[in-house]
Write a protein that binds this ligand. Structure first.
Ligand code: PEP
Ligand code: MN
Length: 355
């Protein structure tokens, strides 16, 4: 299905630069909201975020200030001129936000994962023209992400965007949520005119990772950033470890290198031709390897051998992994490549054996 989209253009917000949304994870007190918003506005930030209702993984955490916080968001609009954005997870949240004049809505990762909840929000938004950003679902499922965007779009909303906030995983080594950049990149390929923002705060889960993640998102051509920023991060009621002061945010944004999306220079064209030639060679050599594999398949069939010979497979993975490291490639990457090649070889041999 094609999405019927319109650009999210906000008066006074430059189209030339990455779109920046910033503000605390949660609205906590009126003073915290106004103080953070004022500091951000002084740094030139035009869109303020704050969670009013907070979906928390475990009960007992701060679950959001609720409707009272919407009045503080109104004050932010009046006193700073910023646009204000918050998360909605139910039809009631939608009605309250519309009543309070919230400018931009987003759907959180836990909500996107639930089609019933997304449909309820879509129904509540029918006939309303407001920008909506859809965060990726917690699980790395691109179809679920696109499905949520389709539900909102089917309700008639055209000013849509996506937010990449990483994917949850049992194995939390560096990141709170694994970036799995290939997923937003695939989203870009599937829906080229959909703006995609990156949320480095929820990917990283810690302050030190915000700057490198922002840069990575820009290098991959994403359209903007939504960053958690708090006037006193250490005392934040939610996600304290990943929030940064408006000063630090400003410092990070000033150091960002924004590369041009399109390059027209001759040299880039030349280099792309070289890549195409390499890819052709790769395909030819892969096809040749598969031919040899099929011959081995015939041999195995004639000698009544099993297709999978584990010893040989391990030998290939070890040898090529080590060789990859010597050639400056990541050993895991090389392993993955050979696992994929091996899988296809096995499939082809099984075809021969079962003929
Ligand atoms: C948030 O933006 O504060 C939030 C709860 O994010 P996510 O839905 O990505 O976990
Ligand atoms: Mn948060």
């Amino acid at each position: 299905m094609e999405l019927n989209l319109q650009p999210i253009e906000l008066e006074g917000v430059s189209k030339e630069h990455p779109l920046i949304i910033a503000g605390p994870c949660s609205a906590e007190t009126e003073e915290q909201v106004i103080s953070t918003a004022t500091q951000l506005a002084n740094k030139g930030i035009k869109i303020f975020r704050a969670g009013i209702w907070k979906p928390r993984t475990k009960p007992g955490g701060f679950e959001g200030i609720g409707v009272d916080g919407l009045a503080w968001m109104k004050r932010v609009k009046q006193e700073t001129g910023m646009y204000v954005a918050t998360e909605v997870a139910t039809a009631k949240h939608v009605y309250e936000c519309l009543k309070a004049g919230i400018d931009i809505l987003w759907i959180g990762a836990r909500t996107t994962a639930n089609p019933f909840a997304v449909q309820e929000i879509a129904d509540a938004l029918k006939g309303v023209d407001i920008p909506v950003y859809v965060k990726n679902p917690v699980n790395p499922d691109l179809e679920l992400w696109i499905g949520a965007l389709e539900r909102i779009n089917n309700a008639g909303l055209k000013r849509l965007g996506a937010i990449h906030r990483g994917f949850s995983s049992y194995d939390k080594k560096i990141y709170r949520n694994l970036p799995q950049w290939h997923i937003p990149i695939e989203l870009r390929r599937r829906i080229p005119n959909l703006p995609i923002l990156c949320d480095p705060s929820h990917i990283g889960g810690k302050r030190e990772l915000i700057a490198p993640l922002c840069q990575q998102a820009m290098d991959l051509g994403l359209d903007g950033l939504i960053v958690e920023s708090h006037c006193n991060p250490d005392c934040a009621w939610s996600d304290a470890a990943q929030q940064i002061t408006p000063d630090v945010l400003d410092y990070i944004l000033n150091l960002l290198v924004i590369r041009k999306g399109h390059q027209s220079t001759e040299s880039l064209h030349e280099l792309r031709l070289q890549i195409d030639a390499c890819d052709n060679e790769l395909m030819e050599i892969l096809a040749k390897r598969m031919r040899v594999c099929r011959e081995i398949g015939t041999f195995k069939k004639e000698h009544n051998m099993t297709v999978l010979q584990t010893g040989r497979y391990n030998e290939i993975l070890d040898k090529r992994g080590a060789q990859g490291t010597l050639c400056g490639m990541d050993a895991d990457f090389v392993k993955q490549v050979f696992e994929a090649i091996h899988e296809e070889s096995v499939r082809q041999q099984l075809e021969i054996i079962n003929k």
